[in-house]
Design a protein around this ligand. Structure first.
Ligand code: NAD
Ligand code: DAU
Length: 330
């Protein structure tokens, strides 16, 4: 099996490449990644047999050459951070919409299998007391430039399946955590703030709920869909990990030996989604998938340990990230 992974140097894409490298040693893996975050190339260190191509998924010629040589495309590449999409939406349109269009036209031309990675944010948000969770039938209702471009990319995939018979599946996953996540994201930001001697920063009230899943469980879900999913179907990936942001910050402080109240409230995110929650029963019942990391605090402890031991990985990104947040009083 020859597999092309777009965005394979990113947080989740590189986790997936490591996972497949270990689980399917006979597969040939090629990664295309634009390295929008300088040091992401390090995320693939040690994977000698992986072919790495630095390039943009909007580059039709390059994408054509790579897709032609592979059997499957797993499409992780995206602009992925909500706060960045609020300060500068344009790259989100280019990569998430035009990039996905480029991938779709190429897999259509060469009749290749595609798996498109998406997010639960396409469904908008839930009230805190809503008994329902997101299912594959939940109507799309995205809130931010990031989530609306992801929603647009999903709709393109659905249209290419229906109109052109492209052999694609889609997965929508909840919030991932684990090693190699950029320090601009919530959990790594708080851990590294504490490691640098500052306080964690909670947006607004901190009552917003996210449904946390370890990145390795996301990877095993994607592999299950690649191998056993039905073309044209959408699968939701989640591990029943709902926690509000205040609870997560308190858990991080506790596990780093600090007072649980030692955080500060900063400016809220404009349009901040209140709650995401995934019903993953289709993936579990139809494809037999199960998450491995069912104890969030355990997974969080391992993540804290990783950031503590890998300062050389995150340090170069930290000052620039905090300078950006400071400008927005966040
Ligand atoms: P990330 O930002 O760490 O990784 C994205 C990767 O895509 C980066 O390595 C970047 O260099 C690459 N990339 C960006 N633009 C590109 C372009 N034009 N051409 C080629 N490569 C490009 O993000 P992540 O958190 O790993 O997210 C990966 C995917 O998973 C995204 O599609 C995201 O929407 C989705 N997702 C993320 C989460 C989460 O919690 N992080 C949850 C559900 C779904
Ligand atoms: O739900 C899946 C999505 O999860 C993915 O599609 C996105 O790519 C990924 O970035 C993530 O989006 P969120 O916006 O939920 O994640 P983020 O880490 O930015 O923030 C998580 C929550 O924490 C959110 O409610 C905002 C809050 N927050 C964030 C930061 C950076 C804070 O309270 N303080 C912070 O410093």
């Amino acid at each position: 099996m020859n597999i092309l992974v777009t965005g394979g140097a990113g947080f989740i894409g590189s986790n997936f490449v490591h996972y497949v490298y270990g689980q399917r040693p006979d597969w040939n893996i090629t990664v295309i990644d634009a390295l929008t975050y300088d040091n992401n190339k390090k995320n693939l260190d040690g994977l000698d047999k992986v072919e790495f191509i630095e390039g943009n998924i909007c580059d039709e010629k390059l994408v054509d050459k790579l897709v032609q040589k592979n059997d499957i495309v797993v499409h992780f590449a995206a602009e992925s951070h909500n706060d960045n999409s609020l300060s500068n939406p344009r790259p989100f349109l280019d990569t998430n919409i035009v990039g996905t269009y480029t991938i779709l036209e190429t897999v259509r031309k060469h009749n290749k299998r595609l798996h498109h990675i998406s997010t639960d944010e396409v469904y908008g948000d839930l009230d805190l007391d809503d008994p329902k969770k997101f299912t594959p039938e939940t109507p799309y209702n995205p809130s931010s430039p990031y989530s609306s471009t992801k929603a647009g990319s999903d709709l393109l995939v659905r249209a290419w399946v229906r109109s052109f018979g492209v052999k694609a599946t889609i997965s929508n996953c909840s919030n991932n955590y684990g090693p190699y996540q950029h320090v601009e994201k919530f959990i790594p930001r708080q851990i590294t703030e504490i490691l640098e001697g500052r306080k964690p920063k909670l947006y607004g009230t901190g009552e917003q709920v996210r449904d946390w899943i370890h990145a390795e469980d996301h990877s095993s879900g994607v592999l299950a869909i690649l191998e056993n999913g039905l073309v044209g179907e959408t699968y939701l990936i989640g591990a029943d990990g709902e926690k509000n942001n205040k609870e997560v910050v308190e858990l991080i402080l506790k596990n780093m030996g600090k007072d649980q109240n030692d955080y500060e409230h900063v400016n809220d995110r404009p349009g901040h989604d209140m709650r995401y929650a995934i019903d993953a029963s289709k993936l579990m019942n139809e494809l037999g998938w199960k998450p491995k990391y069912t104890n969030f605090e355990e997974g969080l402890k391992q993540t804290i340990e990783w950031y503590t031991n890998n300062e050389t990985w995150w340090k170069p990104q930290k000052a620039e990230t905090e300078a950006k947040y400071k400008k927005a009083n966040q």
